[in-house]
Write a protein that binds this ligand. Structure first.
Ligand code: NAD
Length: 340
């Protein structure tokens, strides 16, 4: 092990002179595991709560072509010394072109000089960092005895969400509802691979059975009624990342204790936008999860409490996992290089 670490360190030193590193989708998939992603994202949420890391304002535009939403997410993590941006967005027609609907690339710069450092493929990393985010919320907020996981959504992100979630609690069963029933077998196959019984149910039944719920859809209206959620449930709302999108009844946010990755996004483009706009909750009712991670705020305080995590997806999450992926690829000799 010591020899391996020495080799990796020597590789890192040698690679510094090679120029800009490039890390492909295939290499990201090979080297970036869920545990590394969880740690990187948890650390950056903690840094955001300490104000040692911050996200810059998000640019997100409907470009009027291919029905696409395109934008930039960027930020600086002073603790980890990571500076950069993720550029990309959502192209709903991609699936017919055999591409995923989300397309993104992450660019890292040297915070000391502004020099371009790395170009990293962002599609797999987006899925992994988004799954890490809901998994972190489950780790910190769900009841320890949670047994049934409810999945609302069965698209591209959902399988990553499922894999990360089941590592946080001893789940015994997965229940699922999806707007497009034909997608459900994809998620069922992952549950089977994980050795978990899987049941396709109505939304009401999902609320009645699930102890933890993940919503990961592109819905623009509430899919889950406040009255369907039982006491003690933890719900991670992961799909709402744009103005106008919505996954759950706004009244649920008034009933639950609400946590988020980032307050500014939660109230404008996250699930909380509707409860805020209709005056059901105030900004001060929402707790950044980094404060729970840091121990400065409580997470769940009782077994009957409903906790809701509004996971809006911040640029710093992308930069955190991309920085780890670049380091690992460089250290293992798997990155390629160019000079500008
Ligand atoms: P996808 O296109 O592969 O899947 C879309 C999902 O939404 C499917 O389950 C589909 O059945 C469902 N859906 C579509 N229209 C619906 C409707 N009208 N009502 C209810 N459900 C509907 O997309 P994906 O890559 O799985 O992403 C899902 C969502 O997650 C998107 O909204 C995306 O923007 C969001 N997302 C959020 C983050 C974050 O960090 N929070 C990161 C990545 C993606």
């Amino acid at each position: 092990m010591e020899n391996l670490n020495q080799n990796l360190n020597q590789n890192l030193i040698k690679n510094k002179d090679k120029g800009v590193s490039v890390v492909s989708e295939a290499i990201c998939e090979e080297i970036m595991g869920r545990t590394d992603a969880f740690t990187a994202v948890e650390n950056v949420f903690a840094a955001m709560a300490k104000n040692t890391a911050y996200n810059f304002p998000v640019i997100r535009e409907a470009i009027g072509h291919a029905d696409a939403l395109y934008g930039f997410k960027s930020g600086f993590d002073r603790d980890a010394m990571v500076l950069g941006l993720k550029s990309g967005g959502y192209w709903p027609g991609n699936i017919e072109k055999d591409l995923t609907n989300h397309q993104s690339t992450i660019i890292l710069f040297d915070p000391d000089t502004g020099k371009l450092k790395s170009l990293i493929a962002g599609n797999y990393l987006t899925a992994v960092r988004t799954a890490a985010s809901s998994a972190i919320s489950i780790a910190h907020l769900a009841r320890k005895d949670a047994k049934v996981l409810g999945m609302v959504g069965a698209g591209h992100q959902s399988t990553f969400q499922l894999r990360a979630a089941v590592e946080q609690r001893n789940f015994e069963k997965v229940v699922c509802w999806n707007f497009h029933p034909e997608q459900i077998p994809n998620l069922a196959a992952v549950a089977e691979e994980l050795g978990l019984p899987f049941e396709s149910v109505t939304r009401e039944e999902l609320g009645a059975q699930a102890d933890v719920i993940i919503t990961i859809t592109s819905a623009f209206e509430a899919l889950i009624d406040v009255d369907w959620i039982k006491p003690g449930t933890h719900i991670a709302c992961m799909g709402t990342d744009t103005k106008g999108k919505q996954e759950v009844d706004a009244k649920l946010l008034a009933k639950a204790t609400v946590f988020t990755d980032e307050l500014a996004q939660s109230i404008t483009i996250g699930e909380a936008q509707h409860a805020i706009a209709s005056g059901l909750i105030k900004q001060t009712d929402i707790i950044p999860i980094g404060e729970v991670i840091n121990g400065s705020k409580d997470g769940r305080t009782s077994n009957d409490e409903i906790t809701l995590f509004d996971g809006t997806g911040v640029g710093l999450q992308d930069l955190a996992v991309a920085s780890v992926a670049a380091e690992l690829a460089e250290a293992k000799g798997l990155a390629t290089y160019f000079n500008l």
